[in-house]
Design a protein around this ligand. Structure first.
Ligand code: AMP
Length: 418
């Protein structure tokens, strides 16, 4: 029997109220903060991702779904949301619009990773990008927006961590110090960290192995090596977050997985920690647009995992609204009344009342059982007598009461009752 591919899942109707709820809240918060929706293709030129994430990032090294199409082009299923939006910003000349350009998306993301609870090979992200402004006030607004998003969902048990990872001026000096420190402990590092030491030393700081974590705790701190501008940016960010009453913690080990981040990085953690638990995060990417061929343009973004958000809604027992179901089931008593039943269902739908008529040759009792299991509000019974008199019998499934209603009054009857 076929199964969904490893690390992917079907979102069945009973899960949809959660998805609808989260997507609706995402759209609401974006409207409040002035973000407009953008949708980009599911796949892009492979080099868009390899150039932006960094050759030695986990994504490029081992997680991309890359394939060659029939024309011999190398394409990759979106492993993250930011580079496609930056590509679109450049391609469509969005730098000519008032800056910052604020865009949001909800998209599937594909990463060939080891599937486990909270980590999938296809997952969905709600992300925002604010492109064209370098001021730390924008960083604070983006972070506040993420905070308010989680709050608006009804989540309470999460916290915010921030850090600054510097810029082109100050980061190289820091990396020298960091590499020197770790070189003294080479033998104690896990296998991955030995490679990181050579290729991507910043990532040594967020290794999840206990031994490496101890070393990371005592490692030189990026914040002590920031240049004047980065220091000022970071202290402004903290000041603005305080003004906005957003509680945060500075975590000097927070670096994020991608090379393109500069200065501000942030993450939201649920209270019950674990390596697969991060709800979302983001940061500044002031060189990315230029790296992708645009004019030098600063930017900042965030990405929130929808599955993990839903996982936390469930953990916190947040009740989400149920989606409106079918209102009316039209029954029939055989060929003679089936035509009339179909006609009435069509009339109701044209009036915006959800309705369907039973198909197949079930008897009336079975049709009423079907109405019950579908959870409809009304079953409408139409026998030969009703056809003759131009009426129907409306059965309220909540209390099994029945009323005879002329077909001509049916729409107003149902609308009034609702
Ligand atoms: P990232 O692009 O890695 O910063 O991811 C942003 C958010 O997406 C994370 O904080 C998670 O909530 C979620 N996420 C990332 N990778 C996965 C995955 N493999 N499966 C499920 N959710 C993920």
């Amino acid at each position: 029997m076929y199964q969904a591919a490893r690390g992917t899942s079907d979102i069945l109707p009973e899960e949809q109220p959660y998805w609808h709820y989260v997507e609706q809240k995402a759209a609401d918060i974006c409207r409040l903060y002035g973000y407009q929706r953008i949708d980009t293709p599911i796949f892009e030129d492979t080099s868009l991702f390899s150039r932006s994430a960094g050759e030695y990032s986990d994504i490029v090294q081992k997680e991309m779904y890359t394939f060659e199409d029939r024309g011999g082009n190398s394409l990759t299923l979106k492993p993250e949301g930011t580079p496609p939006v930056c590509r679109a910003y450049i391609q469509h000349g969005l730098s000519n619009r008032p800056q910052p350009v604020k865009l949001y998306y909800i998209t599937p993301i594909f990463r060939y990773d080891r599937p486990q609870a909270g980590r999938y090979r296809q997952h969905y992200q709600f992300g925002c990008e604010a492109i064209g402004e370098a001021d730390a006030a924008l960083d604070a607004e983006v972070i506040e927006m993420s905070w308010q998003f989680f709050k608006s969902l009804g989540l309470t048990r999460f916290s915010l961590q921030i850090n600054s990872i510097g810029c082109k001026q100050c980061r190289p000096g820091y990396l020298v110090e960091l590499t020197e420190y770790y070189a003294g402990y080479r033998a104690e590092l896990c296998k991955d960290c030995k490679t990181r030491l050579e290729k991507n030393p910043l990532r040594l700081l967020d290794c999840k192995q206990a031994g490496c974590q101890r070393l990371a705790d005592a490692a030189p701190r990026n914040l002590d090596y920031l240049c004047f501008e980065c220091k000022e940016h970071f202290s402004n960010l903290q000041k603005y977050l305080e003004i906005l009453s957003i509680p945060f913690e500075v975590n000097h080990r927070l670096v994020r997985g991608l090379d393109y981040y500069t200065r501000t990085v942030f993450e939201f953690q649920p209270e019950e920690e674990g390596s697969q638990s991060t709800l979302g995060g983001g940061g500044r990417y002031d060189y990315l647009i230029e790296e992708l061929g645009g004019k030098p343009t600063p930017g900042i973004g965030l990405a929130i995992g929808i599955e993990r958000t839903i996982l936390n809604l469930k953990k916190e027992n947040v009740r989400v609204p149920i989606l409106p179901g079918l209102k009316v089931l039209m029954t029939n008593v055989g060929e003679e009344t089936r035509d009339e039943s179909m006609k009435i269902a069509a009339m109701l739908r044209r009036e915006g009342i959800s309705a369907t008529s039973t198909a197949g040759g079930k008897n009336l009792k079975a049709q009423l059982r079907q109405a019950n299991s579908l959870g409809v509000r009304y079953a409408i019974i139409i026998g030969e007598n009703e056809v003759k008199t131009g009426t129907v019998t409306v059965r309220d499934m909540a209390d099994s009461s029945q009323k005879t209603v002329p077909v001509s009054d049916l729409v107003s009857f149902i609308k009034k009752e609702a």
